[in-house]
Design a protein around this ligand. Structure first.
Ligand code: BGP
Length: 477
């Protein structure tokens, strides 16, 4: 028995995203979104970075999001299993293009709205709190074609319309909301994060920070609307977190670590403190970026800040100013990190660092002094059936157990944390690789990288482990 005291009412659960779980990509009137254009394999990375050849899925190419794990049809069965584990919360996202198939339809799509009615009803019937992300990597493709996605100010109003529609519809069902998933992803995988497509001669940075401004304004408008329409709701931001460590105590390395952290903090500084930080203004000036803002934007950002800081944490990152050291990059980190000699890596090259979780949580709390919500954490691994017909995923239990212990320590440090939803409680499509074999779940899904398999669900060893963690409110850790 541990001596970790997680707060009463702590929101234990899991997190998935519409585009990685639902499938049924054109069913119920849904329009195409970003991920519906992402195949597996080599091409995927270039597309996610904004080098997109076609906005129409190609014949004969396998796109994992099209069927995903068919959560759209199987959510009842899955929620029953989550309830059996004792989940208090499930983080899901609404697919924007289920509600507004083109993003600018006159009326919302009733079929899409009904799907989420049914989903939220099912969760509530099992006493599971829905935690809902408005945008998780799924801009409607039509808005990319017509406006160039978040390059255009036009998307601010369209996103506001979408947000208001879902707040109004689900105001009695959903009390926890989030605006943009991993908003800082826009800088690293601009197509995945914000639907940005680059042409030759584009000033990428200018486009990215202009799109960021549009998302930040849209986020503030969503916060405003949420507070007006659902006064007892909480709405947060969502950061892909994980602190940068300087490789040495050379002040140059320390400074670089600070700058790398600020690349991400920039977004949350605006969403939580309500204004552009001075270091960003200097950065814009030094790089000759000219960010168009409209009258009233500054006041809007200041007035409508988030209630909590949602974040994902998978690993820490390491940085150096030494070109030799910099050659030793990790393979799997989209944020760019060099290998940290003190830490192990996952099969996908992601650094494993539980103490880094405690460090990151403390830094975020020091900086923002708002409740934190861990909305993603987990280990992507290959799972194999053993001779007894079980999946003994002790490596996953080790990862999650050590990270939850670190979280327990952060709570002892005085950090206020309202919940923990581990990523992919059921195996889903991997965002970065599109693979199915990169699994995070307590529940196995019979499906391979090529789309074969029965889609049947089965419990792994971690299922009972997590059930016990929740039942004891963390004391079993
Ligand atoms: C985050 C995303 C998720 C998720 C997770 C794990 O960046 O918000 O959508 O997929 O990372 O990443 P992956 O699926 O690439 O292993």
């Amino acid at each position: 028995m541990s001596n970790y005291k997680f707060p009463d009412g702590f929101l234990w659960g899991g997190a998935i995203a519409a585009n990685q779980a639902e499938g049924a990509y054109l069913e119920g009137g849904k329009g195409l979104t970003i991920v519906d254009l992402l195949p597996t394999g080599e091409q995927r990375r270039a597309i996610m970075e904004g080098y997109v050849q076609s906005l129409i899925p190609e014949e004969g190419v396998y796109y994992p999001s099209h069927e995903a794990i068919d959560f759209y049809h199987r959510y009842k069965e899955d929620i029953k299993l989550f309830a059996e584990m004792g989940f208090k919360a499930l983080r899901v996202s609404i697919a924007w293009a289920r509600i507004f198939p083109t993003g600018e339809d006159e009326e919302p799509n009733e079929d899409g709205l009904l799907f989420y009615d049914r989903l939220f009803n099912e969760l509530l019937a099992h006493n599971i709190e829905p935690v809902v992300t408005l945008a998780h990597f799924d801009v409607p493709v039509h808005l990319i074609e017509k406006y160039g996605s978040w390059r255009s100010r036009k998307l601010v109003g369209l996103f506001e319309m979408y947000a208001k529609t879902v707040f109004t519809r689900y105001k009695n069902k959903v009390k926890y909301w989030m605006t943009f998933n991993e908003i800082n992803m826009l800088l690293h995988l601009p197509f995945l994060g914000a639907g940005l497509v680059f042409k030759e001669g584009d000033n990428k940075q200018q486009i990215q920070y202009q799109a960021a401004h549009h998302q930040l304004v849209a986020s503030a408008l969503a916060v405003k609307a949420c507070h007006e329409i659902i006064p007892d709701a909480k709405i947060g931001c969502m950061l892909a977190a994980g602190s940068f460590y300087p490789y040495t105590c050379n002040p140059k390395d320390i400074f670089k670590g600070m700058e790398k952290d600020r690349e991400s903090y920039f977004f949350i500084d605006v969403q939580s403190r309500g204004e552009y930080p001075p270091y960003a203004m200097r950065f814009f000036k030094d790089n000759q970026l000219d960010i168009a803002m409209e009258p009233g934007d500054t006041e809007l950002l200041k007035a409508h800040t988030v209630d909590y800081i949602g974040f994902s944490y998978y690993s820490s990152r390491t940085t150096s100013t030494d070109p030799e050291v910099n050659k030793n990059q990790t393979t799997g980190n989209v944020f760019g990190s060099i290998v940290n000699p003190y830490l192990e890596k996952s099969e996908w090259g992601w650094t494993i660092d539980p103490l880094g979780f405690r460090i990151t949580a403390n830094q975020l709390y020091d900086r923002y002094q708002k409740p934190l919500f861990v909305v993603e954490n987990g280990l992507g691994a290959v799972d194999e059936w053993n001779e007894e017909g079980q999946i003994d995923d002790s490596y996953r239990i080790d990862y999650l157990g050590s990270h939850l212990a670190a979280l327990g320590e952060a709570i002892k440090d005085g950090v206020e944390i309202i919940g923990y939803t581990s990523w992919g409680p059921i195996d889903i499509v991997s965002a970065s690789s599109g693979e199915m074999k990169k699994r995070y779940g307590y529940i196995y899904v019979d499906r391979d990288n090529e789309g074969n398999g029965t889609l049947n669900r089965a419990k792994k060893a971690s299922f009972d482990w997590y059930k016990q963690v929740i039942a004891t409110n963390g004391e079993s850790l």
